[in-house]
Ligand binder design. Structure first.
Ligand SMILES: NC(=O)c1ccc[n+]([C@@H]2O[C@H](COP(=O)([O-])OP(=O)(O)OC[C@H]3O[C@@H](n4cnc5c(N)ncnc54)[C@H](OP(=O)(O)O)[C@@H]3O)[C@@H](O)[C@H]2O)c1
Length: 279
């Protein structure tokens, strides 16, 4: 069975580059499919309070017989819990649901600029890391300006920024800034969230040449760019297929062709972090 490469955070810890995301998976299904993902080889699971399946992920971890040292678990602080004290409390509730003593990675889920609480929230994550409750801390859906602001305010550089990233919206500018600061980039909706990307003829052509599927080609592109990537599927054959991306090699020409699919802002499928404001 393949194993995922690890990437190294700016805090010295590592993260398995290929993980498994569970957005839009109900709690009972999460228990089942995370168990299937472990069997396929995944050791890195991406959940969040708002997904409503931290408990199901926890039950899958418990049932797997895998030790915490063999796993890498990420969860995220929800928008309504932003603020210093409320973050500390929300973290403990997530840990109860997951059934874990120590978390591998805690992320601020969205910037929520209108709330004006992300700096205090970031300070709470720094405190949780100091207390040894979480090994690594990062953010999700942060802009260049907000990344710079939390670094300036605290001196602590996030380990990672998890952001919408796929061939139609490849985030080249944000990635260049992060690389300069030593922040890893993590791709959410890496397959375009099932909204047509996988039918692109350029991807189909590369897939045929490499003896792979379009989804494997897209995941191999994320891996080749050095991004952490967390595809979601509730379909066992696709869970296994996506893991198989670890064996797919792309040429520089393939990568350049996939880079060329970027549509800029028109390629975005989710909310814009710079303006998104929701509870
Ligand atoms: N931080 C954030 O704000 C944020 C936002 C969105 C997502 N995320 C994270 O990123 C993860 C992945 O994003 P996502 O769930 O939006 O989308 P995604 O992984 O890009 O795509 C998932 C969709 O693609 C389908 N699919 C998966 N593998 C496939 C394959 N090999 N061939 C064809 N179709 C395939 C899935 O169908 P089936 O499931 O029916 O097989 C599902 O409809 C989430 O689960 C979550 O952990 C984070």
């Amino acid at each position: 069975m393949s194993t995922s490469p690890n990437l190294t955070f700016n805090d010295g810890r590592t993260i398995p580059q290929l993980g498994y995301g569970v957005w839009q998976v109900d709690d009972a299904t999460a228990e089942d499919v995370v168990g299937r993902a472990f069997k396929a080889g995944y050791r890195h699971i991406d959940t969040a309070k708002i997904y409503g399946n931290e408990a199901g992920v926890g039950r899958a971890i418990e049932a797997s017989g895998l030790s915490p040292e063999e796993l890498f678990i990420t969860t995220k602080l929800w928008n309504a819990d932003q603020g210093y004290e409320s973050t500390l409390a929300a973290f403990e509730e997530s840990m109860q649901r997951l059934g874990l003593e120590t978390l591998d990675l805690y992320l601020i889920h969205w910037l929520q600029p209108k709330r004006g609480k992300y700096v205090d929230t970031w300070k709470a994550l720094i405190e949780l890391q100091k207390r040894g409750r979480v090994r690594s801390i990062g953010v999700s859906n942060f802009t260049v300006e907000a990344l710079q602001e939390i670094i300036d305010e605290t001196g602590v550089v996030p380990a990672i920024n998890q952001v919408e990233t796929h061939p139609y919206f490849n985030q080249a500018e944000l990635r260049a800034f992060e690389a300069d600061k030593g922040i890893l980039h993590e791709s959410w909706s890496p397959l375009g969230s099932g909204k047509g990307l996988l039918e692109d003829p350029v991807l189909a052509g590369i897939a045929e040449k490499r003896g792979a599927t379009p989804a494997q080609v897209v995941l191999a592109w994320h891996l080749a760019l050095g991004l952490v990537v967390i595809p979601k599927s509730v379909t066992e054959s696709r869970i296994i297929e996506n893991w198989g991306a670890l064996e797919v090699s792309l040429t520089d020409e393939d990568i350049a062709a996939i880079n060329g699919l970027d549509k800029g802002e028109a390629g975005r499928i989710g909310a814009n972090p710079a303006t998104a404001d929701f509870a």
